[in-house]
Design a protein around this ligand. Structure first.
Ligand SMILES: Nc1nc2c(ncn2[C@@H]2O[C@H](COP(=O)(O)OP(=O)(O)OP(=O)(O)O)[C@@H](O)[C@H]2O)c(=O)[nH]1
Ligand SMILES: [Mg+2]
Length: 686
């Protein structure tokens, strides 16, 4: 009899936005009896879309966990959000599963939306299959979608099922999806009620199904010499051999079978559940390695090695860290070592299995389990936990740099430290978010993978911690400089009964090379400005330079104090500082000031088909194209350009719209350039 670990499967449901992952997970849970009634996206009642933000947006906004016993196997399912903004979180949980089901629409035009994901799975060698979903929809195009996937990924992506469509039952609400042919054993199955019955392969698809059967065998034969020999000799391989090869080749990420389903009607679920059992590896078969490439055997009696794949924080009940146990057995109330945090000792609270928002208490979790542990306060997503100080570090999942930022400000006066603390908890739950303080403008920034990512984080902040914030596009840190020099005399003289005030300075203003900032110098001879007042002159100059004629800080300027006068009684630091400030304010308008804007060096990675679109888009943003080269990733180009920062505030959204979500970019500050025609309004008063 199989032991526990052999019965386990850890599977992520992934795929493009709205392809039907959450609906399919719900259908699988119902099919396997884990829930008595299927919830729906429309009613906001599914198990895995349980966060209020999932419900209000009618989409997954974070990963959801569920589990069910499916016949002989016990499956933990991770339902991943499809919207591209949440891909970083998907990457973190993919490090904790052994296989992935990629759900796609039965629509060839959407096949390319899987590219980033498939590249990622293939790099990690994660076994996966495709499920072409929404087969019930009128116009569902199985064959077109299959061809589009094969065009993108090759012939190892191969149909294992062929849909049977009963055209007499097709209408404006249904495609007439009536069953499927299993291309491994060539048996036809008709959907009936909640199940399936055996049927004959309809005559009109018989030829196509036969050739699809051959294509499946040929794809498998590429990885199996014996099967190849049989095909070359014209021998039909026995079904047992085909089934065995299919399991083996899928589990090793050689073959990627394609299945059909309708999550909405439940059609095709039985076959999907059987596929998860047969084709996907158990945790015992899926090899796990540490950061140095050493294998970690799944030994229930060995030291604990676990990876934190998700952090959840409930304002009332506290923190839950979802971990994938690789080895050893975790018990509740045990001491663990956080190897990623300088071997800090942490005491675990209760252990739970998650069924959506429900937490089911358990006493221990062995290798292969995905479980939530309460109250591991200092522990972060991605960390490695071990027992007894066992020194093993798991490889980190590299996250992409955030490419979208919003400036945030509390709506009501609230202690800044407090809001920072609460935002830090939101970031703890989602490490793809980042908090920062902007240079120059000093604004508080929340950065993420896109507009929706940041907006939803702010909604969560309001719901969980009752902190409402205003969001705005970050201010552009414009600066000013001068393009010609001048010399100027400034005197501050004030008589108010007793002590007067007297400061008198001659200042010279000269432009400096770009990027050299503000410098101050003095050439006073004969003590015409006494030594003790010179620092006050510099202070007055520097303070006045904080606000140029257009209100922005002035840079790349050299100011020299070269003459002046003083009064024995009335001169003071303050009077010299005031005289200097007045001098700066009078001089700058005479020096042909210009506003400078920050320019970013942008690196865009994009499928070759979109390269010219991207170049056009960047040029339209006043971008200066620096070069275009093939990327390391096959079929992609890298375009480099210098683009004014003001043009980039929503660039990630525009880039994704123009490239079917496939374009990515990074940007770093490069330099300041004069704004053409000085076309920037004066800085708004703050
Ligand atoms: N007709 C039909 N509609 C479906 C099917 N599966 C899902 N839908 C609908 O498609 C929409 C999106 O479904 P979801 O299950 O939320 O899709 P998802 O892939 O989880 O979406 P994200 O998590 O936001 O990426 C919902 O309105 C579902 O009711 C299907 O098989 N047939
Ligand atoms: Mg979903």
């Amino acid at each position: 009899m199989a032991n526990d670990i052999d019965r386990q499967r850890n599977i992520a449901f992934v795929g493009p936005h709205h392809a039907g992952k959450t609906t399919l997970v719900e259908a699988v849970l119902a099919q396997c009896g884990a829930i008595s009634r299927r919830g729906s996206i429309a009613d906001g009642t599914t198990v895995t879309d349980h966060e209020p933000e999932d419900v209000s947006h009618a989409q997954s906004t974070t990963v959801g966990f569920a589990h069910c016993g499916c016949g002989p196997i016990d499956v933990t399912i991770v339902d991943c959000p499809g919207f591209i903004d949440f891909f970083e979180e998907t990457k973190l949980v993919l490090a904790g599963v052994d296989a992935a089901v990629i759900v796609v629409d039965a629509d060839p035009s959407r096949a390319s939306h899987t590219q980033t994901l498939v590249d990622y799975l293939e790099t990690r060698k994660t076994p996966h299959c495709f499920v072409i979903n929404k087969m019930d929809r009128p116009g569902a195009d199985f064959e077109g979608t299959l061809e589009a996937l094969q065009a993108l990924y090759g012939r190892h992506v191969v149909a294992e099922q062929w849909p049977i469509v009963d055209k007499s039952k097709a209408n404006d609400k249904s495609s007439g999806f009536a069953g499927y042919v299993d291309l491994a054993d060539m048996q036809a199955h008709a959907f009936s009620g909640d199940g399936e019955t055996g049927s004959a392969v309809p005559g009109e698809i018989l030829d196509r199904v036969k050739s699809a059967h051959t294509e499946l065998l040929e794809a498998m034969a590429d990885f199996d010499d014996h099967l190849m020999e049989e095909l070359l000799e014209g021998v039909e391989p026995p079904y047992d051999e085909v089934a065995r090869d299919l399991c083996d080749e899928c589990a090793h990420d050689q073959i990627v079978p394609v299945l059909v389903a309708s999550a909405a009607t439940g059609a095709g679920l039985g076959a999907l559940v059987r596929a998860m059992e047969k084709w996907f590896p158990s945790p015992a078969q899926a090899q796990q390695v540490d950061a140095e490439g050493r294998t970690i055997p799944p030994d229930p009696g060995g030291p604990v090695v676990a990876r934190v794949i998700k952090t959840m924080i409930h304002p009332q009940s506290g923190k839950l860290s979802v971990v994938r146990v690789l080895s050893g057995t975790i018990k509740s109330d045990a001491t663990l070592t956080d190897i990623s945090a300088n071997d800090e000792k942490v005491r675990s609270g209760g252990l739970y299995r998650l069924q959506g928002k429900k937490q089911e208490a358990i006493t221990e979790a062995g290798p292969g389990s995905i479980v939530a542990i309460a109250r591991l306060e200092p522990v972060k997503t991605g960390d490695t936990l071990t027992s007894n100080g066992h020194k093993v570090l798991l490889p980190r999942v590299p996250l992409s740099e955030p490419c979208f930022a919003m400036a945030i400000k509390p709506k009501e006066r609230i202690d800044e430290a407090k809001i920072f603390q609460m935002l830090a908890r939101i970031v703890d739950e989602d490490p793809a978010l980042r908090l920062a303080r902007a240079d120059i403008t000093n604004e508080f920034l929340l950065l993420g993978s896109g507009e929706q990512h940041v907006t939803i984080a702010v909604e969560r902040l309001a719901r969980k911690y009752k902190v409402e914030v205003d969001m705005a596009a970050p201010q552009i840190p414009y600066q000013e400089t001068i393009t010609s020099g001048t010399e100027l005399h400034s005197r501050y003289k004030h008589q108010t009964g007793g002590h007067g005030q007297f400061g008198d300075v001659w200042l010279r203003f000269e432009p400096r090379e770009r990027g050299n900032g503000v410098t101050f110098d003095e050439k006073i001879v004969g003590g015409v400005v006494p030594r003790q007042f010179i620092p006050a002159v510099e202070k007055g100059v520097r303070e006045a330079l904080m606000h140029g004629p257009s209100g922005y800080p002035v840079t790349d300027i050299h100011v020299t104090l070269y003459d002046g006068q003083y009064h024995d009684v009335d001169s003071s630091e303050q009077s010299f500082k005031t005289a200097a400030g007045m001098g700066v304010r009078d001089a700058l308008p005479k020096c042909h000031p210009v506003v400078l804007e920050p320019v970013s060096r942008v690196t865009v990675t994009v499928p070759t088909a979109y390269t010219s679109t991207v170049i056009q888009q960047l040029t339209g943003k006043r971008g200066q194209i620096l070069g275009m080269n093939p990327a390391d990733r096959t079929g992609f180009d890298v375009v480099e350009a210098d683009v004014p920062q003001v043009e980039l505030s929503r660039y990630i959204t525009e880039l994704r719209t123009a490239t079917q979500g496939l374009g990515t970019y990074s940007a770093r500050h490069e330099r300041y350039d004069p704004v053409p025609g000085n076309r920037v309004g004066p800085k708004a008063a703050v």
